[in-house]
Design a protein around this ligand. Structure first.
Ligand code: ZN
Length: 246
């Protein structure tokens, strides 16, 4: 689960500390970073369906799609996960990363973009997610393709359909449908395999319900992958909606 966060890094210019405390603070910061990276291990990749795979990093999940024309990666999650994923993609698949798309703007899913970015990579986000990343100066790869309602990215015979539903959780939160596998990826505003907490901190509950209804009103998907929890089905998402509406 993510909530709206302010950047954890201090603005150095604002710090009026003696050099030693300044150094101590820097060391603590670095230690904190490595502890967080440790928590996110172990990393793994598992096949979902067809040419779509799931990435697991601690409690976080992302997906990628492999085609002869290149690889489409969703959330990088964090720098350690992105570094691990990059090495795995190079070792396992004979195709370059061509696209990187953020599901939404929250740092706990969107950091590490710069690790996967490169001259041949197009970085994608919803306009509101891109705005939010710019405002918070999120240290990750900046989206160069921004869309307002929907966007379809084609790679050979495969494609990814990105769709925006309005406010739900975070800014510019979108779904990604991977075709022809028909795998749906949604982060944070749909949860399957575990029930959400009743008090949704930072969530627009009505927005979540509205968005989930719209998601289910589309053609059925075969597999659902969330940003947390287990892989599920269309029926699992329907059950989740019933829970949210109750
Ligand atoms: Zn989350």
């Amino acid at each position: 689960m993510s909530r709206i966060m302010t950047p954890p890094w201090p603005r150095w210019a604002d710090l009026k500390l003696p050099l030693l405390s300044w150094l101590a603070a820097a060391v603590l910061l670095l230690a904190g970073c490595s502890v967080r990276a440790e928590e996110d291990k172990p990393f793994s990749i598992e096949p979902v369906k067809g040419n779509v795979y799931r990435v697991l990093a601690g409690h976080y999940r992302s997906v990628f799609m492999v085609t002869d024309a290149g690889i489409f990666v969703a959330d990088p999650i964090n720098p350690a996960a992105a570094r691990w994923l990059k090495s795995q993609l190079q070792a396992r698949f004979d195709a370059p990363v061509r696209y990187l798309a953020y599901s939404h703007s929250h740092p706990d899913h969107a950091l590490g973009g710069e690790v996967l970015d490169g001259p041949a990579v197009t970085v994608i986000a919803h306009v509101r997610a891109a705005e939010d990343m710019a405002w918070t100066r999120l240290p990750t790869a900046r989206p160069e393709v921004r869309f307002a309602d929907q966007l379809t990215v084609t790679l050979g015979e495969s494609s990814v359909q990105l769709q925006y539903y309005g406010p739900n959780n975070g800014r510019g939160s979108v779904s990604m449908r991977f075709m022809p596998a028909n795998v749906m990826f949604v982060v944070d505003w749909v949860l399957v395999g575990r029930m959400p907490y009743r008090n949704f901190q930072g969530y627009d509950v009505h927005g979540v319900i509205r968005s989930t209804r719209a998601l289910l009103a589309q053609p059925r998907f075969d597999v659902f992958v969330g940003g947390h929890g287990d892989v599920g089905t269309w029926e699992d998402v329907k059950f989740y909606l019933g829970y949210m509406e109750a």
